[in-house]
Design a protein around this ligand. Structure first.
Ligand SMILES: Cc1cc2nc3c(=O)[nH]c(=O)nc-3n(C[C@H](O)[C@H](O)[C@H](O)COP(=O)(O)OP(=O)(O)OC[C@H]3O[C@@H](n4cnc5c(N)ncnc54)[C@H](O)[C@@H]3O)c2cc1C
Ligand code: FES
Length: 318
């Protein structure tokens, strides 16, 4: 079924990115396959190549996804692989699903989680999430069965069309939407891609193995708050150093908002087009409740419809 169309609520829809414990819940599946991202590269708002001629395939879907694999990546961090062919066929890097946490209790509100990977050929999507409250805690207990997903939602990354160099900067679980973006940029072949990842400790450097496999270790810069890999620094320090050296055309960042703001400032000073991905608590996910608004230079916009990705220059930082 298709959800109702998103209400506009008088808010701007413009979006111009240009410059201006090791627990495996389902051991039947064995070792994981490499992370893939095979979604289309069109910038039209979301349809992979091959689906655009069929208007009925447009828009998000409500889909009961089957749990294929669910395992812990680090304390309190889980990777959930789901069979959700309708959503996998439409997902774009930077978009998200609204997931209904399962369990006996009443969980009226869905929870937004970004795509870590999606593959229209296999129909699989991967989510990586941290347990922070009751919804994600309930989700972490799921071993098998079905989970209701609504998606893909929102507007994802829209890198410039030009050739160039791209720097992706992730803080903590902010790496999630950057992994499929890196895969797409590599597949498109227009950008040389490097990544800076920061976390409190080495265990929190989620995605490092996938990104290293994709880009090579020399293009994946790692930093931790505890200094386990060198100087104890926030991710903004090596990111600013790389950006100050110049030569970057596109920067994408996700993580704590204060971190994204610093990265955006450094990117803008370096003359690179920069996009940020902003999290807001979400109610409906469909543009109706206005719980997710972000202040922009075009007025208040909804993270679930006009976002969660914005050109950094459009964001009015609070
Ligand atoms: C577009 C989008 C994509 C996201 N992608 C991911 C992802 O890939 N992986 C991941 O681990 N998390 C992601 N999040 C955050 C995730 O949605 C929240 O952590 C989750 O909804 C918390 O649900 P809960 O029931 O466990 O916690 P709750 O009991 O609802 O809340 C626990 C704590 O988390 C805070 N919180 C709840 N929702 C959010 C939110 N949306 N943003 C910031 N703080 C919140 C609450 O204020 C509270 O302090 C994303 C959020 C958005 C908006
Ligand atoms: S308008 Fe309801 S979550 Fe965005």
């Amino acid at each position: 079924m298709s959800p109702p169309p998103a209400a506009t609520g008088g808010l701007s829809r413009d979006h111009d990115p240009r410059p201006d414990g090791g627990q495996n819940h389902d051991p039947r599946q064995g070792d994981r396959k490499p992370t893939v991202w095979s979604g289309g590269s069109d910038k039209s708002g979301g349809l992979p190549t091959g689906a655009q001629t069929d208007g009925s395939k447009d828009g998000p879907r409500l889909e009961d996804a089957t749990v294929i694999d669910h395992r812990s990546l680090a304390p309190g961090v889980f990777r959930l692989r789901l069979a959700a062919p309708q959503i996998a066929a439409r997902a774009q890097p930077g978009q998200f699903v609204h997931l209904r946490p399962p369990g006996p209790g009443p969980y009226p509100l869905r929870r937004p989680l970004g795509f870590y990977a999606a593959d229209p050929d296999s129909g699989l999507v991967e989510l990586v999430y941290q347990v922070v409250g009751r919804g994600t805690a309930a989700l972490s207990q799921v071993a098998q069965g079905r989970i209701s997903l609504l998606g893909p939602l929102g507007r994802g990354w829209r890198p410039p069309d030009a050739l160039g160099r791209a720097l992706l900067v992730g803080g903590g679980l902010g790496v999630v939407p950057l992994v499929p973006l890196a895969a797409q940029l590599v597949r498109d072949g227009r950008f040389e891609v490097e990544v800076v990842l920061g976390a409190r400790s080495v265990a929190g450097l989620i995605g490092r193995d996938d990104l290293t496999a994709l880009l090579g270790a020399e293009r994946v810069h790692l930093v931790t708050d505890d200094g386990a890999l060198g100087p104890a620094q926030p991710v903004t320090v090596p990111a600013a150093r790389l950006l100050a050296a110049g030569g970057w055309d596109y920067v994408a960042t996700c993580g704590p908002e204060a971190m994204q703001r610093l990265v955006a400032q450094a990117a803008e000073a370096a003359g690179a087009a920069c996009e940020v991905s902003l999290e807001r608590p979400m109610g409906c996910g469909l543009g109706v409740c206005l719980s997710c608004v972000v202040q922009t230079d075009r007025g208040r916009q909804r993270a679930c419809v006009e976002g969660p990705v914005w050109p950094s220059r459009q964001v009015v930082w609070q």
